[in-house]
Design a protein around this ligand. Structure first.
Ligand code: 13P
Ligand code: SF4
Length: 313
């Protein structure tokens, strides 16, 4: 955590940057979440980026999130202070991989998780986030062939939950969530019979979370990060084990008096940690870290994101 003096400097810079909105993902370090005008999951943050009147958006998160904001707000300046913050999941598929797959399956509907590059989105039909993946895939006629990419755990969860047959799932994974594997979930459930477990569907234990025997199944909830924050407000159990990036614990603990413990304390996303006070000051004061996209790619990539936000588009 930065010193009180540095935090004061950041607050002053933010107060001066009246045309800028600082938005932070739920996985950002606690001091960034506290400084931000708004926090949220991928879906909420893309909606805010599209609707908020601010001329500049300072995105405390990773590249695919800032790119999605830019796609939706082409006339705004979108700044990614941690300009080299990628995502291991987004790297699991390239535009060439997808082009190749598409040429072998010309009639398939391609569903791309937002954790993808703009080039990959440009070749997709519709995007999803963990908060709406079930709903979006359910809206596709069951007879259509579907490719879900790139997350194997999230995709398999959607496929199994909806009972879809003609659905291919790409074999990508987020290294942080993949490490939250079935053995850890089973141990946590066995060791603490009073606790419930909130599992992000990108986790390595997602598939087994669906298979665990009753009454264990009753104690597992599959949720996006903001859905976790919402579920906690109505939680009847006194102890919650959280299977996702540990940044989300900050808001869970701040808002509730019950106990929240990580499934693994080392589940931290290295890309989300790249932000520093200097980088934030550079964005707020000097417009550093601007995200630009090739106009043709942006035009094509906007379509599946809009299709996700408004199915009538
Ligand atoms: P959410 O869609 O729940 O915000 O998760 C984003 C992400 O990067 C998951 O690892
Ligand atoms: Fe990507 Fe995983 Fe980090 Fe999310 S937690 S940004 S999916 S590497």
């Amino acid at each position: 955590t930065p010193s009180a003096e540095v935090l004061e400097r950041l607050r002053a810079a933010k107060a001066l940057a009246t045309d800028a909105l600082l938005i932070a993902h739920n996985y950002q370090p606690p001091w960034v979440q506290d400084l931000a005008d708004v926090t949220g999951d991928s879906l909420q943050l893309s909606r805010i980026a599209a609707e908020h009147p601010a001329r500049r958006i300072v995105f405390a998160g990773v590249r695919f999130m800032a790119e999605t904001a830019k796609l939706l707000s082409p006339t705004k300046t979108v700044l990614l202070p941690a300009h080299d913050a990628g995502c291991s999941l987004a790297e699991a598929i390239t535009a060439d991989d997808l082009r190749q797959w598409r040429s072998a399956h010309p009639d398939a509907i391609v569903v791309a998780y937002v954790n993808t590059s703009a080039e990959v989105k440009a070749l997709a039909d519709v995007c999803v986030t963990s908060a709406n993946a079930l709903e979006v895939v359910a809206s596709i006629p069951t007879l259509r062939e579907v490719l879900f990419l790139p997350d194997v755990f999230l995709g398999s969860w959607v496929k199994r939950t909806l009972g879809r047959e003609r659905m291919h799932v790409w074999h990508g994974e987020c290294h942080v969530h993949a490490a939250l594997e079935p053995g850890a979930l089973e141990t946590a459930l066995a060791d603490d019979p009073e606790a419930v477990v909130y599992v992000h569907p990108e986790c390595g234990c997602t598939t087994s979370a669906l298979l665990v025997d009753d009454p264990w199944r009753q104690r597992v909830r599959l949720l996006s990060t903001t859905q976790m924050i919402e579920a906690a407000r109505a939680e009847q159990h006194r102890r919650v084990i959280v299977a996702t990036e540990t940044g989300v614990l900050h808001q869970l603990r701040r808002e509730n008096s019950i106990s929240f413990e990580p499934l693994r304390a080392d589940a931290t996303c290295p890309y989300m940690q790249r932000v520093t006070p200097e980088l934030l000051l550079g964005a707020l004061e000097r417009n550093e870290g601007e995200v630009t996209l090739d106009p043709a790619v942006a035009e094509a990539a906007r379509r599946p994101v809009l299709a996700m936000l408004d199915p009538t588009v």
